[in-house]
Design a protein around this ligand. Sequence first.
Ligand SMILES: *Cc1c(COP(=O)(O)O)cnc(C)c1O
Length: 341
Amino acid sequence: MEHLVRPNIRELKPYSSARHEYSGHASVYLDANENPFPTGHNRYPDPLQFDLKNKISSIKKVEIGQIFLGNGSDEPIDLLFRIFCQPIEDHVLVLPPTYGMYEVAAQIHDTPIISISLNKEFQPDYDKIMEKASPHSKILFLCSPNNPTGNLLNPLTVERLIQSFPGIVVVDEAYIDFAASSSFTSKIKEYPNLVVLQTLSKAWGLAGLRLGMAFAHPSIINFMNRVKAPYNLSSLTQSTVLDLLDQSPAPYIQSILAERVFLEDRLMSFSFVKKIYPSQANFLLVQCADANRLYNYLLSQGIVIRNRSSVPGCSNCIRITVGTKEENQFLLKALDKFTQL
Ligand SMILES: *Cc1c(COP(=O)(O)O)cnc(C)c1O
């Protein structure tokens, strides 16, 4: 794994914060130029979020040294580029249609992108990917369940790719809590080039708090810790998330999955709906007769969905997030009216 790291990062002497150098318990802290008066937030937060990782470690069955916590999933994605991708020289592989953030991050880091479309079933083509792979292929992004298509990637293909791909393989599991599938976190001991991304933004209902998780071999986690901003998660985020992790997301998941079945069933009855792709997530990808017209109509009714019709492989497709029972009923009523226009 270390041979994949950019030379400047391999040699980096990271900034050592006051709270990093002394992490024990003392009576008086005069080391960090903090304000001594208790505002509730006058002290710098734990740079490595020990208490939070401890709890996440027991929930996710992953060791503390295999966990990185960031400001949303965007932070670990950004760090992986900074650690592994020499701008212009190296490249990354993405499999569209998929989450747009990988490509944006690549552009920010001036890293070329090789796009290899998912096949008709929205599955990765192992041979095509390996044909393109070279020593400059630093990251392969796999998203499972995939956004915006909603399907799980075949776990056997994913594992074969982890075994054969010469660079880092990121498995983005933002929607894994909704899926009938186990996480790839159980494989991080086995594969030092595997990074699994999860988030509290979807099933846990905490998108506003911005907490993304990366699970990987400790040597990758160490590089992420060295490159990140010293205090990347505020004390408010750390303490709030620590409390909220006691509330299981199971009731949310149960309700959203039941509503997804209901919504899918009702949507099928509309003649303008051509196809609903099977979903293992909290959204449905729906192919309709005229996506732009439907999208604009729903906007006029105060309902925002995601128009994906310009995405290659998703012509005339919209993505609908499963809402509450009331929200879904509101949507269906508006669609009833649409058919009568
Ligand atoms: C929503 C989503 C995320 C989560 O992003 P956060 O920055 O953690 O909110 C990550 N990956 C995919 C594919 C997503 O759809």
